[in-house]
Design a protein around this ligand. Structure first.
Ligand SMILES: Nc1nc2c(c(CN[C@H]3C=C[C@H](O)[C@@H]3O)cn2[C@@H]2O[C@H](COP(=O)(O)O)[C@@H](O)[C@H]2O)c(=O)[nH]1
Length: 306
């Protein structure tokens, strides 16, 4: 994911509202370098797993819908992951490509047993249709065929997904430059890797190329740890729970500086300890810490990307 790394670094070096604090990075690295907290993928026990292609289909649908939970204060990622799992356990055909193309908002709600409209429900439904259509057109209806076609390369997997599925093309233009963040495409590769424990469908020779997944939890954690510093204006917007527009400088900086900062943390860990740590592992640690601290205030952007 060289383009994600390079363009995030560009944002960090031209940033106006968010600063990556090297001393903050050093402090955090000092405190964890001897034992980087290891968090198990699916530590919550909420994901479907049967060790076969249906698991890949489940993860692809999950990550097609893995965005924007905060506008409903009772809805979390867990509700999506466990709702889709239960739906699949009850009916093995729920994520067949032809069925994905037909869901309506109320049907998706019913699938998840969610009593009211979901945030960005019309977009969620549109993206399910898009996934079903393109899976059927180009991949024999199966997400596992995408994974099989990428020769054990996570980089290739992300790039195939971004090429075929417009909803996964998480990019923007910042100060005239195109910036790539690819949160949901990368998290899908990481989820397949995590679920299959790096074997079978989950075997990627280049998993170290994946960056963190720039969502709304990780930036809040990095700020709490002193790794990110906000301008006073941005700080008061986030503290006041005011919405930040998608594609604004503030939003892009929050996301890109998070990616850049964790890459710096990773380099420093390697330099000081000689240990290779994966951004995916750092992400899971930071994310799990963030969701276990619900008082942490995060930025609020309506977006299909995260
Ligand atoms: N950076 C990063 N962001 C992640 C995840 C995950 C879940 N990954 C699964 C994989 C293995 C584990 O066992 C996890 O269950 C969700 N998110 C994002 O969080 C936000 C939801 O927050 P809240 O509203 O509080 O539920 C939303 O933007 C969602 O897209 C992650 O791992 N990393």
């Amino acid at each position: 994911m060289e383009e994600v790394r390079a363009t995030s670094a560009w944002v960090a070096s031209h940033s106006s509202h968010v600063t990556v604090d090297s001393q903050g990075i050093e402090k955090v690295v000092e405190s964890v370098e001897n034992s980087i907290p290891k968090v198990e993928w699916n530590y919550e026990g909420i994901h479907y797993f049967d060790n076969g292609p249906l698991t890949v289909q489940y993860l692809f649908v999950l990550d097609a819908l893995n965005f924007c939970f905060w506008p409903d204060k009772d809805l979390n990622y867990d509700d999506l992951a466990s709702g889709l799992k239960e739906a699949l356990q009850n009916d093995k055909t729920v994520f067949d490509a032809d069925r994905l193309q037909k869901y309506t908002g109320p049907e998706l709600r019913e699938l998840l047993k969610w009593p009211r409209p979901l945030p960005l429900e019309d977009e969620r439904v549109r993206l399910m249709h898009e996934v079903g259509f393109e899976l059927e057109r180009s991949f024999g209806g199966k997400a596992s065929n995408i994974v099989e076609s990428c020769g054990k390369s996570a980089v290739k997997l992300v790039s195939i997904i971004a090429r075929h599925f417009p909803g996964f093309r998480d990019h923007t233009v910042y100060k005239g430059h195109q910036v790539f963040l690819y949160k949901r495409a990368q998290i899908f590769a990481a989820d397949v890797w995590g679920a299959f424990k790096g074997e079978g469908y989950g075997e990627f020779s280049d998993v170290g190329s994946i960056t963190i997944f720039a969502d709304y939890i990780v930036p809040a954690v990095l700020q709490q740890l002193g790794v990110l510093k906000y301008s006073s204006n941005l700080d008061s917007i986030i503290k006041g729970n005011k919405e930040i527009g998608s594609g604004t400088e503030e939003e892009v900086e929050l996301r890109a500086c998070s990616i850049f900062a964790v890459e710096k943390m990773r380099d420093l860990i390697q330099k000081r300890t000689g240990k290779q740590v994966l951004s995916v592992e750092l992400d899971l640690w930071l994310w799990a810490y963030g969701v276990s601290n619900p008082s942490l205030q995060h930025h609020r952007t309506l977006s299909i990307y995260y």
